[in-house]
Design a protein around this ligand. Structure first.
Ligand SMILES: Nc1nc2c(ncn2[C@@H]2O[C@H](COP(=O)(O)OP(=O)(O)O)[C@@H](O)[C@H]2O)c(=O)[nH]1
Ligand SMILES: [Mg+2]
Length: 303
């Protein structure tokens, strides 16, 4: 390693579903943030640490930016903007096939007020879904709206353009010591990664609004003598009917969720996992401060 090291933060912002979490995982080379095809999957700021030459680049995945209605939504949007305000650089993800939506316009307007001197990079994502001409036109229109520090055409899912973007960002990180040990890839408590993994599996299996009306908490984390870990989690839902749906007939839904989550956690932790899930009805969890701190969100931001 050369004598100077670099270290800094890069915030990933964009509309829900733009591919922020997919990009974070790609940058880091492991799954630290959950990804689904549904909007608003990511609820809090998740940091993933990537190494590039002598630089440590800490990517901050944020909840999507959208027009918030519920308290939880408002707290999520506040977390997204505060992730951006602490960063050394901001990457704005725009979906190639959707182009400049009203949501993208709104984000550009807020960026104009808030970004200050920080470089904002445009990453047009999901280039696998459109033709080259569409991309060039979109890039031109976006660059006419804002003077981006650079524009990248990427596919977060397939990896196209991602190493190039990572190198570009690494070169622009401020000089300074690394903040994390070399082998650390995520700055999120393991118990939260475990809760998020289960929430991802629930979100993938449940329909429509239900995933937004539940939350998962890791109650206990027990290291066992044989090197395995026992994880006990509670799924909070708002209604009795929801509990029935989450359990499924003869408990088959929760069983499938538990088994899928366990497989991912085993891989992530590199050891055997015993996962126990319980479903509890908590009609008012969306208004309970404690639930927000468990998610890494600020309850007051949602007020
Ligand atoms: N076709 C395509 N899909 C992508 C790409 N990147 C992400 N996705 C998909 O877009 C959806 C939303 O991704 P996610 O990372 O959760 O978006 P986020 O809400 O911004 O964090 C998922 O279904 C991803 O698999 C890409 O480069 N190409
Ligand atoms: Mg996300």
């Amino acid at each position: 390693m050369s004598e100077t090291t670099r270290c800094g933060f890069v915030a990933l912002i964009g509309e829900p579903n733009a591919g922020k979490s997919t990009l974070l995982n790609r940058m880091v080379g492991a799954k630290v943030s959950i990804v689904t095809h549904k909007v608003q999957t990511t609820r809090t700021r998740i940091r993933g640490v990537a190494l590039e030459g002598d630089a440590q680049v800490v990517f901050v995945d944020t909840p999507g930016l959208f027009r918030p209605r519920r308290r939880l939504d408002r707290a999520m949007v506040a977390a997204a903007w505060s992730g951006a305000s602490d960063a050394d650089a901001i990457v704005l993800l725009v979906e190639a096939h959707r182009g400049i939506t009203p949501g993208v316009e709104a984000i550009l307007a807020t960026l104009a007020e808030q970004a200050g001197e920080r470089p904002v990079v445009l990453a047009i994502n999901k280039i696998d879904r459109v033709k080259a001409e569409t991309l060039l036109a979109l890039s031109e229109t976006l660059n006419a709206k804002r003077d981006f520090a650079a524009t990248f055409m990427i596919s977060a899912e397939r990896g196209h353009g991602v190493p190039h973007l990572r190198e570009w960002l690494a070169e622009r990180m401020p000089e300074g010591p690394w903040l994390y040990p070399e082998d650390q890839i995520a700055d999120l408590p393991l118990r939260m990664i475990a809760s998020e993994t289960t929430r991802e599996k629930l979100t993938l299996r449940l329909h429509e609004e239900l995933p937004y009306q539940l939350t998962v908490e890791t109650e206990t984390w027990t290291e066992r003598e044989d090197g395995s870990v026992r994880i006990d989690q509670v799924v909070y839902v708002m209604r009795d009917g929801h509990k029935g749906i989450v359990l499924g007939s003869k408990g088959e839904t929760i069983k499938a969720v538990g088994s899928a989550a366990r497989t991912d956690l085993r891989e992530f932790l590199g050891r055997d996992v015993h996962l126990f899930l319980q479903v509890k009805v908590r009609p008012n969890w969306l208004e309970e401060p404690e639930r927000y701190s468990e998610m890494g969100l600020d309850f007051k931001d949602g007020a």
